[in-house]
Design a binder for this molecule. Structure first.
Ligand SMILES: [Zn+2]
Length: 476
């Protein structure tokens, strides 16, 4: 029997609502200290992304005394162009490691000469998003903080309101203070925010590396200022603006973190000088014709999971998902893409025989990949083995390929992924049951007021004349 898993993915992809960035995610990205490997790996994955959409990279690295540092990378669709790009970056890392004359500023210059041309599409999209957010104006009767002017005003208010004094916390804060003529955090943030808006008023698509570096640096400072966690809590509508600044700032963050990692010590220099990179080939997408009898799919899934009668009509399902199902029916042929993080994990376990580690991904993981990783980790946890660490997830449902694996822990991941898929479909069906609908359709029962053939003949049972046996209650 067909397991209908591809249809499930197709239906979930069309019918689940897309989760946007939330406060948690914003705060996670502000965490500048913990999991620094995970941050650097995810930033390195980001600088391998060229196209604004559906281009996702995953990166990890191992370091041993014997072999030094080996970086593994892949993408949803890895091309020779990306491999060449990575080799250019590798050459830059090696020269920087060997040459103490390469300062941070020089490194920025060289790094962005490689990054800007290659990542232009993705960078442009992030810059454009940021500029759009910076330019938003609102009607005078709107009192919700959401714009550039609101953010600037909040910084100004903090600046004039000296009590209680707010202490600089992170690296971005210190940089803001350095850029302030009066050595004041909020004065610095006002300066930098103003500057970002002016620098973003240029031909963003043709931006040169020389112009991009200061813009990304300033976006980093405002985006990662620690006060933003306080501001984001009271003014949630400023989140999209702050997040758009972070996303441009991430390129600068990547350059700086990479430079610090290379030049940390003479030993780190020696290791990076011998850096090895391994490209993991991506897995070709699988094309499938989806079963268009989606009611059959839903019914089968429901029976398999619950063994109960199917609780809704086609109309009740469509009342919630008419748009989604129209799209489902319009695109019978679907391409199931192998997601980079799962391709990387599988290759590391099955081909390279390495232990779980931290994997960086250029964007948050989808719900399916997260379920897979959770399954693998649960299996390994039970046997007290080390586990994988991947970025967080928005739980969104993309048309993801089920990984084909043979390792036991990875098989546990596939099992969990299937479980997740099915339970998610069951959830959607349950949510489509109209409120107040009784288990029994109303026309089958009548009110107790009138006598019908269905009225229970309760008088058949005589009333009790003596107390019920107390035996069971008093037993000691
Ligand atoms: Zn995924």
């Amino acid at each position: 029997m067909d397991d209908f898993l591809h249809e499930c993915i197709g239906i979930l992809n069309r019918c689940c609502k897309v989760n946007e960035e939330d406060l948690n995610f914003f705060e996670l990205s502000l965490e500048d200290k913990s999991h620094s490997h995970s941050i650097l790996f995810s930033l390195l994955a980001l600088v391998l992304v060229a196209n604004p959409r559906e281009d996702v990279a995953a990166v990890t690295a191992y370091q041993t005394k014997q072999e030094g540092i080996t970086v593994y990378f892949t993408k949803n669709d890895l091309s020779q162009g990306t491999i060449n790009h990575v080799n250019n970056l590798k050459a830059l890392v090696q020269t920087t490691a060997l040459d103490p004359q390469v300062t941070l500023q020089k490194f920025h210059e060289l790094f962005f000469e490689i990054i800007v041309p290659y990542c232009r599409g993705k960078i442009f999209r992030r810059l454009e998003e940021m500029r759009k957010r910076l330019e938003v104006t609102k009607k005078s009767d709107n009192t919700v903080n959401s714009t550039f002017d609101d953010l600037l005003e909040i910084y100004h208010r903090f600046q004039s309101d000296q009590t209680p004094s707010y202490n600089a916390k992170g690296h971005a804060d210190k940089e803001a203070i350095r850029l302030s003529a009066s050595n004041d955090l909020f004065d610095g943030l006002c300066e930098v925010l103003d500057s970002v808006k002016m620098e973003a008023a240029c031909d963003l698509f043709n931006i040169t590396p020389r112009d991009f570096v200061p813009l990304a640096a300033h976006a980093y400072i405002v985006g990662y200022a620690s006060i933003n966690t306080v501001i984001a809590k009271s003014s949630v509508n400023l989140l999209p603006l702050l997040r758009s600044l972070q996303k441009v700032g991430d390129y600068f963050r990547c350059a700086t973190r990479l430079f610090r990692a290379i030049t940390e010590s003479p030993l780190s220099r020696r290791r990076f000088a011998e850096l090895k990179v391994v490209a993991i080939a991506s897995i070709a997408p699988i094309e499938r014709d989806l079963n268009m009898n989606w009611m059959l799919v839903l019914r089968c899934l429901w029976h398999r999971r619950t063994a109960r009668p199917f609780p809704i009509t086609k109309g009740q399902w469509l009342a919630n998902h008419s748009n989604g199902m129209a799209l489902y029916e319009k695109h019978r042929k679907q391409k199931f893409v192998a997601h980079a993080e799962l391709t990387l994990m599988t290759a590391i376990v099955e081909d390279h025989r390495r232990l779980p580690t931290v994997i960086g991904v250029s964007k948050a993981c989808c719900g399916f990949c997260t379920a897979f990783v959770n399954g693998v980790n649960q299996y390994r946890d039970q046997t007290k083995l080390s586990t994988w660490h991947l970025p967080g997830s928005h739980g969104n449902c993309y048309v993801c390929q089920l990984p084909s694996v043979s390792d036991r822990s990875l098989l546990a991941g596939v099992a969990q992924l299937k479980e997740y898929l099915e339970s998610k479909v069951v959830d959607l069906i349950t949510k489509a049951i109209p409120l107040f609908m009784s288990e029994t359709p109303p026309q089958w029962s009548s009110s107790e007021g009138s006598e019908t053939s269905q009225s229970p003949t309760a008088s058949f049972y005589p009333t009790t004349k003596r107390p019920l046996s107390k035996d069971w209650g008093s037993r000691k």
